[in-house]
Design a protein around this ligand. Sequence first.
Ligand code: HGY
Ligand code: MN
Ligand code: MN
Ligand code: MN
Length: 405
Amino acid sequence: MQVSSDRLMGMLADLGQRGALEGGGVCRLALSDTDKAGRDWLVATMRDLGMTVSIDAIGNIWGLRKGRRDGAPIMMGSHIDTVATGGLYDGALGVLSGLEVIAALNAAGAETDLPVAVGAFTNEEGARFAPDMMGSGVYCGALDRDEMLAVRATDGDGVVGEELDRIGYRGSDAPVIPAAYLELHIEQGPVLEQDGLQVGAVTGVQGIHWTEFTVTGQSNHAGTTPMALRRDAGQVAARIALAADAIAADYGPPQVATVGVFELTPGLVNVVPQQARLTVDLRNTDGEVLERATARLIAEAEAAAEAAGCSLTHRPLARFAPVVFDDTLVGKVEAAAQARQLSVKRMPSGAGHDAQMFAPLCPTAMIFIPSENGLSHNINEHSDEGDIMAGAQVLLDLVCDLAGA
Ligand code: HGY
Ligand code: MN
Ligand code: MN
Ligand code: MN
């Protein structure tokens, strides 16, 4: 059984129209109008493929294709929400390659022993509402549903539950825990391309700690206020950002640190900043080291604030420990790639994924394909059609094996 590039590339282009940006790329921030447009298109496409569609209390969508017998399905999936400067493939590839598997099974008139499902999980990115992997975390019981429904956007604009009602995607279906979960995803990094490889058999996901800091000082005149008398929230925020950088340097790879949000208030050229809000994303494959890194960051932030006569508050936006995928299933990914004469290597994921929420519940694995120049969360995100189709073919072969086609 073969996947069809016309079909899959066509679906990627169609979904990419929902939230397409002028200069290229896509913006489908979770629970926004463009996310709704993508969801509406997805539900219609699932139904066109003969799937029954379910929606749970946090807007997760999953389609099901019946098997010869009932029971826990083999599930594929990912997300269709994007960051504000997103590309065509991050998330969408995992959902639409799942639909392509369904279409290939339909085209072949193939029955499977087990049901086959495709999931699209709410707010994987966490770009508008933190934490990331919110929908799959609730679906898998790792995050509290009511707590997540009450989350306010990090920019203050909107609350998850209210946005779900506004776009009409607050459902009531009960999540179905699959017999196994498979996610095809672009690598979003440089490894496969640098090594000249076609497939990554993903062994797990590194730990993710997001922390938001709010520094409060005193606005004052930039010209008349002597440095010694200032309570400059901007200076403290800059020191916190430099502390994050120093942690990555001191700990060395794979430790990474990112200051993604950095806002000064009132943000005027001639006013000492009264308040600063910044976020720090720390990640490491070693959970212990990651805990130490976050503790050091918070201690240095508190010391910087105190030295500048400013007050500091901080709150965790995400705290996910590293996850290891099922070794047997990872081996099946490797074998399926090799059976198609594809070059493959085992590798960890630097990015977070919905798959990490399923790993504690059922055999879970991911398939990576190369990202051009390792770019992602960037409107120039690109993967070659050949690589996309190779990944989708490996997914189809695995599902046929696991679901008993
Ligand atoms: O942040 C992440 O790794 C994911 O893209 N949400
Ligand atoms: Mn993703
Ligand atoms: Mn992403
Ligand atoms: Mn991700």
